[in-house]
Design a protein around this ligand. Structure first.
Ligand code: BGC
Length: 416
């Protein structure tokens, strides 16, 4: 009884303040892939926020970094006529569901709260369809990062590598130290995450032409062969047990000093923070050498599915809670990402978080902000999966660099 009164009282206050709220019985069922330690800690911030507004949470976790498995489960749920309330989703997947007419409409809350003015256009491209808001962006991640064990870097002389040759020299040094130079998990999406950074390190224009424009000339160029050669080189620095390893276990290798560094999006920082590591003291975050000044981004958004009318208030309240500036700061500090709004102060963020926010704003202003191929922000799933396939086969030695270039051109063409 007391609990009921409390939630009702909170709801009454919120309504009085003009905010959206929901009844104690209201519930959201949320499908997501945030199952690693840092991810679960961030998700908890959202769950607790909603609970404080009287909205209960039905959890539908589907493990698998990058969300490939989650998207398969989602398809089955929707086909069975049983869509969840809200689904963690990336870029083009959101637009694909919108095209199918499966998503709801958040215009009422978006207009009331002025989302148009504070959510960057780069994200709005995926949060809106046909002029209507269909998803609530939670954050902005980027993929061209690396995470270095500070003690191992210090042993190697302490200099952060600024280009490819310096990176290779550092990895050789890690080898001499007797640790695994590169902590990696052999899963297609992780290989693709590295490929994002490697392609970007060969030039902004090249990244744009190859992955955003899908220009056959760029896809089939000598530069692309060079990108695959670099992948082969990086492959020589992973340990024998890398195949199938989850990304967070690779992060743990760096945290524990068993490996020198990991190439991974800034969700990896969530793992370091969860393990009580401090940037600058225990680990170093920096952009993949040669990609300073550019950002390949992806944004987690909650796509809101069409649900029964009585479930809509909870859905809108969830969207409203996600876009609150206070929540945006609290969540993203834990998650490792930057806020999805441009007006959130960076005060509570650590140095890596401050850098993420600054890099993003600068890249956006300079025209060097690109959607991540590896994380669904450059192309629809059909093209992304075609690229994944070639990248993974080449990384595992099934294709030479030359063969990979030829296959890439053909696979991308066939997938469009
Ligand atoms: C998501 C992150 C998530 C990562 C690993 C990315 O696609 O944007 O939120 O932490 O995958 O699961």
């Amino acid at each position: 009884m007391r609990k009921f009164l409390t939630t009702t009282a909170i709801a009454a206050v919120m309504l009085g303040m003009g905010g959206l709220s929901a009844n104690a019985e209201e519930n959201v069922e949320v499908l997501h892939w945030w199952t690693a330690g840092g991810e679960a800690a961030a998700l908890d911030v959202l769950k607790k926020d909603l609970e404080s507004k009287g909205i209960s949470w039905t959890d539908m976790p589907v493990a698998g970094g990058g969300g490939t498995e989650a998207m398969t489960v989602l398809r089955a749920r929707v086909t069975a006529g049983n869509a969840p309330t809200a689904v963690q989703m990336l870029g083009f997947d959101i637009l694909d569901w919108a095209k199918e007419g499966a998503l709801g409409n958040l215009d009422e809350i978006a207009e009331k709260e002025g989302w148009d003015k504070v959510i960057p256009t780069a994200l709005q491209q995926f949060s809106k369809y046909d002029g209507h808001w269909i998803a609530a962006p939670v954050n902005v991640h980027s993929t061209n990062w690396m995470w270095i064990n500070k003690a191992a870097l210090d042993k190697a002389g302490g200099k952060e590598p600024q280009n490819w040759d310096e990176l290779v020299a550092l990895l050789d040094n890690f080898k001499e130290q007797g640790i695994t130079p590169v902590a990696h998990g052999g899963q297609a999406w992780q290989d693709a995450t590295i490929f994002d950074a490697v392609v970007l390190s060969l030039g902004n224009d090249f990244y744009k032409k190859a992955f955003i424009d899908l220009d056959p000339e760029a896809l089939g160029s000598d530069q692309m062969k060079e990108a695959f050669d670099r992948m082969t080189k990086l492959r020589s620095y992973v340990d024998d047990n890398f195949s199938g390893r989850d990304w967070n276990l690779a992060s743990a290798m760096v945290i524990e000093g068993k490996a020198g560094l990991q190439f991974m999006g800034d969700w990896a920082k969530g793992e370091f923070i969860k393990a009580e590591q401090k940037p600058g003291e225990d680990f170093v975050c920096m952009r993949f050498p040669g990609t300073q000044g550019s950002v390949t981004f992806n944004s987690d958004q909650f796509a809101m599915f069409k649900v029964a009318e009585d479930k809509v208030p909870a859905q809108l309240a969830m969207a409203s809670a996600i876009e609150s500036p206070v929540f945006q700061s609290a969540f993203n500090v834990v998650k490792g990402s930057a806020p999805a709004r441009t007006d959130v102060p960076d005060t509570d963020f650590d140095d890596c978080g401050k850098k993420a926010i600054k890099d993003l704003a600068e890249a956006n202003a300079n025209g060097t902000l690109y959607g991540s191929m590896g994380h669904g922000h450059a192309n629809p799933a059909s093209v992304k999966n075609a690229i994944y396939d070639v990248v993974t086969r080449q990384f595992n030695g099934d294709l030479s660099s030359e063969e990979a270039v030829t296959e890439l051109v053909a696979a991308v063409e066939a997938a469009q």
